[in-house]
Design a binder for this molecule. Structure first.
Ligand code: B1M
Length: 235
């Protein structure tokens, strides 16, 4: 895909062409080109969220399809992931600097056995942008990491991410351990990741399944408001 793009001057493309080029550059794992294109779109007045969703997340969706179909392999997808992260790195402070008053706290991490973190990072960024304090535990978290973080940071929300059908059942291990310790109902448990759905979230005992980062923010606000109402009405 790269050959015909070698002499493309990103700043000369119109917006639609540039976004298309970003999909190609993400596919080809071209970190510097992604950084340049993100900056160009920002200079043209694009909202950070639109760059994130239309250029980066959509580009990674295309990568995911060819990864699934055996056209792309792990080393190539790692390059795409690095390019995506470089773009997210530029957007992060812009998405986060809302000056919104703190509305709550969330501990989030990818579960044990799973090293996918792009979606989790995106959720963290969007939650921070919405005024949440976010404690990010990173990837490959055993249950102890979650429990220690809950005790230390006392958040309202525990968020877990899993991208593999083999790792998503670990969410139940975490929730069950919380139940055994009698602390399950002290927290709102929210889960997300491409292979999950509402039924799964319910089956593992989570309070909510979050399809994407925007839904996570809305759901978090809603569940926190509900919890505050319950507390103030004495239930
Ligand atoms: Co992986 N991988 N991968 N991978 N990878 C998938 C998940 C896969 C679906 C690809 C495919 O076959 N189509 C497939 C899983 C199949 C399955 O389980 N049924 C897969 C596989 C098989 C693997 C390996 C096993 C491959 C191998 O080694 N043979 C291996 C496993 C490693 C491990 O974890 N132990 C592996 C490795 C990798 C890379 C390291 C190369 C890289 C990860 C790099 C990184 O994350 N730093 C990678 C990538 C990039 C992907 C795909 C292509 C893209 C994932 C992504 O970043 N999406 C992915 C294909 C796909 O998902 N379609 C794939 C973009 C991101 C913005 O979306 O993560 O869905 P997503 O997050 C969304 C929502 O899901 C939600 O909000 C986010 C933002 O909107 N969300 C939450 C996510 N977490 C949330 C938590 C919340 C709330 C919402 O908490 C409250």
């Amino acid at each position: 895909m790269a050959d015909e793009d070698d002499d493309v001057v990103l700043s000369e493309l119109d917006d639609a062409e540039l976004v298309q080029q970003m999909h190609d550059d993400l596919y080809d794992g071209l970190k510097e080109e992604i950084e340049e294109a993100v900056n160009i779109l920002l200079e043209r007045g694009w909202a950070p969220y639109d760059i994130l969703t239309q250029a980066l997340v959509e580009g990674m969706r295309i990568v995911g399809i060819d990864f699934r179909d055996g056209i792309l392999f792990v080393p190539e997808v790692l390059l795409s992931a690095n390019a995506m992260k470089a773009g997210m790195f530029i957007l992060r402070p812009l998405l986060v600097e809302t000056g919104a008053p703190k509305v709550g706290k969330m501990v989030i991490g990818t579960v044990k056995g799973d090293i996918h973190d792009i979606g989790k990072n995106l959720v963290g960024m969007m939650m921070e942008g919405a005024g949440f304090e976010v404690i990010d535990l990173g990837i490959n978290n055993p249950v102890e990491n979650y429990l220690d973080a809950l005790e230390e940071h006392k958040p309202e929300i525990l968020g877990m991410s899993a991208l593999l059908t083999t790792t998503m059942p670990y969410m139940k291990v975490v929730v069950d351990t919380m139940k055994e310790k009698g602390i399950r109902d002290d927290y709102i448990v929210m889960v997300g990741g491409a292979p999950l759905n509402e039924e799964f979230a319910e089956a593992v005992g989570a309070d909510a399944y979050c399809r994407d980062a925007a839904v996570t923010v809305e759901t978090a606000k809603e569940l926190i408001a509900r919890r505050h109402n319950q507390l103030s009405s004495g239930n």
